[in-house]
Design a protein around this ligand. Structure first.
Ligand SMILES: Nc1ncnc2c1ncn2[C@@H]1O[C@H](COP(=O)(O)OP(=O)(O)OP(=O)(O)O)[C@@H](O)[C@H]1O
Length: 276
């Protein structure tokens, strides 16, 4: 179902766990609001992410994607509204909600004076894995993400792409049911991107829910079965990918909802090279 919504529409309903047999959505966001001084980053946002979906969050710069994901995963407290993870309120029942979540935030701060292997073991232990299991999963994740050779290197010395991959490994180590990833392919080389894509596809194929934010429409169309277009801190359209994009491309739909780019016209004349 494509749920185009008028800006300003707000609801404050709990996700209905008894509706149908499918249970509550993986993520249910209800009336989320966040302001930073005069800036309204998220303006009464409602969104359901179906369990088992591969969900893409797209929107222009400053649309409120990162702020929304931060509130949805308990990293940032909303000014108003609620976020439910498989029916658990992120703020009133954080332990249950966070156990189900694996989160790769934008601009992730890691304990980067640890080696990759130490960091993963530490994160695993924070999630109550015993030492042996944490070490075993750490080694497997390092291997699958082509970081095995960097397992004994301090994370502070990792490249941007390696840091993204170790962040993904941290999000996966406790075996979450829902992965939320803010720009997971940014700074990642094509080979590593293919590795990440195959991990995410396999996670979703095995019943997990994946939520990614991305600016790359082609990637979202390739990976996701559901999508939401966000602008101005609100959902302009959401639903199954085919319903949202209709007969055109996702980019066409995005541009028609959000607006096209401005022609340069006579601007930046000083950048034009004079011949000779
Ligand atoms: N910590 C903050 N302090 C002040 N303003 C903020 C803060 N975080 C976000 N904003 C503002 O809130 C709005 C939404 O930002 P947000 O980062 O959520 O958008 P986004 O869709 O993730 O953008 P991008 O695609 O550029 O990463 C922007 O106007 C941004 O400047």
């Amino acid at each position: 179902m494509n749920t185009d919504s008028a800006p300003g529409t707000q609801h404050a309903k709990r996700p209905d766990a008894s509706a149908g047999t499918a249970g509550p959505p993986a993520l249910a966001l209800r009336g989320l609001v966040k302001r930073f001084d005069q800036t309204v980053a998220v303006a009464g946002l409602d969104l359901d992410v179906p369990t088992g979906s591969f969900f893409g969050l797209v929107g222009p710069n400053g649309a409120g994607k990162t702020t929304t994901l931060s509130m949805a995963t308990g990293l940032m407290r909303p000014d108003a509204g609620t976020a439910f993870v498989l029916g658990h309120d992120v703020w009133s029942d954080p332990v249950a909600a966070k156990r189900l979540l694996g989160v790769l935030p934008d601009g992730l701060a890691l304990f980067d004076r640890l080696t990759g292997a130490q960091l993963l073991e530490y994160i695993g232990r924070l999630h109550s894995l015993d030492r042996e299991l944490a070490q075993q999963r750490a080694a497997e994740l390092l291997d699958v993400l082509d970081l095995a050779d960097a397992g004994d290197t301090l994370v502070v010395d990792y490249s941007a792409g390696m840091t993204k991959k170790i962040g993904l490994a941290c999000a996966l180590i406790h075996g979450p049911r829902i992965l939320t990833l803010d720009e997971p392919f940014e700074s990642v080389d094509p080979v590593s991107a293919a590795t990440i894509r195959s991990i995410l596809r396999s996670f979703a194929a095995n019943g997990g829910t994946v939520v990614v934010s991305s600016h790359v429409m082609a990637l979202v169309e390739q990976l996701c079965d559901h999508v939401a277009i966000i602008a101005g801190g609100q959902v302009l359209s959401s639903g199954a990918l085919d319903d949202v994009r209709g007969t055109g491309s996702l980019e066409d739909r995005f541009v028609s909802l959000v607006g096209g780019h401005r022609e340069l016209g006579e601007g930046l004349a000083w950048l034009r090279q004079s011949p000779g």
